[in-house]
Design a protein around this ligand. Structure first.
Ligand SMILES: [Cu+2]
Length: 573
């Protein structure tokens, strides 16, 4: 064999080898840009001039390296990789104040992590209300050998949009008395929506419904999903809404749910899906044999009294003429306050075959009582009567160098939960702020029981989608009213509960989940509704504190607060 052939063989072998652990390396610049997300000019946070940000497309096992440059003139920035567990790289989780200092204007920070399992994910800003400002994009991690069978796929990234700037919103929410931001002006599908009008007005008898007008290349013009007859398409759907709980449906088509939060589920078929902020789904859609029709895909608000027009986009069979419009109206979003319908959808989820069941028993139970409270006239959300206030020193650095005495919280005695009347406004609404941190040793099984309650005024309890960083967890069950220790555990699904990273807590109810402490790090666990988190609705789990104390944490994540001082002093020795 000639030298050249040997060289070629070697090149091919290296290529095959590196294909099993590819590096996806990207240079990103974050900046504000004028944009027309809903046909009205606004300001978005763009990445490399795009809104939403670029889609990351990787294969399980790949290493993702993002060099993120902050081109904002006056504020810091971070990006959280939602659904990626960051095993071995907790400092790359991108939660400001928890796992890193915000990246300063003009500076570049490199995120470097492995995407260890396939799934539909997204990424988003996790500092202030930068997610609501439009800092987000899709992140697809493919299976080296996909077990689902389909002919094509589309990504649908769902978000909600306000005309009030997020800086103004932050101030409004922190004011005394609080000024509520209200419902979003528009819903966006892949960053595109239409304010105060409907694409389907021509099919409606409703008075005053305005037909949207836009040109094909407008930034707010909906995308058309082009499909072929008699095929199967995978829709990868993610919700990064700041506030809205959504429902998605495709006129004339059923949806087979196959994946949730990056985990395969036992397939089931529905007419529509509920999707809460922080959740992702894959659904399979089987196309009809007729090649000439167009159909509306609708996204509407549930869980809060809606005041936002449905977002629509069009599914178009290949032979449909460009000028043709859908002939049937978009699906009607189910009633917003039909919570039984919502819960029955949640109860359809089971792990797909092949997932091992959870451990049978837990070592620790953590109750998290969700209440709305006041601090000096400021409206807050509190967990176990503590409203989260993230410290200036990143928790991961404070633990690594033993710099501040973070006072760890304890699960409240059952009595606290037992004595609290969740059906009424709090008797004593005053609460306190703290770092909201709980610690767990490695290698134990933890149950978290989220307990919902009544808000400050009226007879109201809200939906809170809770998202855990660094982990998937098993959803063991949902219940009405107050959790009854010793009774409700008996109803847990321990056979095939779904693995998720986000789960809904329903009004006046409880949700139980289980996870294993197998990933040392400092993990945010919080309501994914951005205004709620802003008002303190979260906790932090320090997992394996002794292991964190020995971690080789890059200095670059710690250039603020007490860790900055510590690093500067170290330099002097
Ligand atoms: Cu919430």
């Amino acid at each position: 064999m000639s030298v050249i052939v040997w060289w070629l063989v070697t090149v091919v072998l290296v290529a095959v080898h590196s294909a099993s652990a590819r590096v996806v390396e990207l240079d990103w610049e974050v900046e504000y840009k004028f944009w027309w997300p809903d046909c009205k000019e606004g300001i978005v946070m763009a990445i490399n001039g795009q809104f939403p940000g670029p889609t990351i497309d990787a294969v399980a096992g790949d290493i993702v390296i993002i060099h993120l440059t902050n081109k904002l003139s006056t504020e810091g920035v971070v990006i959280h990789w939602h659904g990626i567990r960051q095993r071995g790289t907790p400092w790359s989780d991108g939660a400001a104040g928890v796992t890193q200092c915000p990246i300063n204007p003009g500076e570049t920070f490199t995120y470097n992590f492995t995407v260890d399992k396939p799934g539909t994910h997204f990424y988003h800003g996790h500092y202030g209300m930068q997610r609501s400002a439009g800092l987000y994009g899709m992140m697809i991690v493919r299976a080296p050998k996909e077990k689902l069978r389909y002919d094509g796929e589309f990504n649908l990234l769902l978000s909600d949009w306000w005309h009030q700037s997020t800086h103004s919103q932050e101030l409004a929410l922190s004011s005394s008395p609080m000024r509520w931001i209200g419902e979003p002006q528009s819903l966006l599908i892949n960053g595109r929506g239409q304010f105060n009008c409907s694409q389907a007005a021509y099919l409606s008898n409703e008075e005053g419904k305005r037909q949207c007008t836009f040109r094909k290349n407008d930034q707010c013009a909906p995308e058309t999903l082009r499909i072929r007859p008699n095929k199967v398409y995978r829709l990868r759907i993610a919700s990064t809404t700041a506030l809205a709980s959504l429902n998605l449906a495709v006129e004339g088509h059923k949806l087979e749910v196959v994946e949730a939060d990056g985990n395969y589920v036992k397939p089931f078929t529905v007419d529509d899906i509920d999707i809460y902020s922080g959740e992702t789904y894959s659904v399979l859609l089987r196309t009809h044999s007729s090649p000439t029709k167009k159909h509306f895909i609708s996204v509407g608000v549930r869980g809060r009294k809606p005041n936002t027009t449905q977002a629509l986009t069009v599914l178009s069979y290949v032979d449909a003429p460009e000028s043709a419009r859908p002939t049937l109206p978009p699906p009607v979003t189910p009633r917003w306050d039909d919570y039984n319908r919502s819960i029955s959808f949640s109860n359809k989820f089971f792990a797909a075959k092949g997932y091992p069941p959870p451990p049978e028993k837990s070592d620790e139970q953590l109750y998290l009582l969700n209440t709305q409270n006041l601090i000096d006239g400021h409206t807050k959300w509190a967990i176990n009567n503590v409203s989260l206030s993230v410290t200036a020193t990143p928790y991961i650095g404070a633990i690594r160098y033993g710099l501040s005495s973070l006072s760890y919280l304890k699960s409240p005695a059952k009595e606290l939960v037992e004595s609290y009347d969740i059906t009424k406004p709090p008797v004593n609404p005053t609460t306190t702020k703290s770092s909201g941190i709980y610690k767990f040793p490695m290698g134990i099984v933890v149950d978290v029981i989220l307990q919902n309650a009544n808000v400050l005024k009226g007879k109201i309890s809200e939906i809170h989608p809770w998202h855990l960083h660094g982990h998937d967890f098993w959803v063991l069950g949902y219940g009405d009213g107050k959790f009854r220790p010793g009774v409700d555990e008996k109803k847990y699904n321990l056979k095939n509960p779904p693995l998720r990273n986000t789960v809904a807590l329903y009004p006046f109810g409880w949700t139980a989940l289980r996870f294993v402490t197998d990933n040392p790090g400092v993990w945010f666990f919080h309501c994914h509704i951005e205004p709620h988190l802003h008002m303190g609705m979260g906790v932090v789990f320090a997992e394996g504190v002794d292991r964190i104390a020995k971690m080789d944490i890059p200095d670059e994540v710690l250039g603020c607060g007490l860790t900055r001082k510590w690093l500067m002093n170290r330099g002097r020795h």
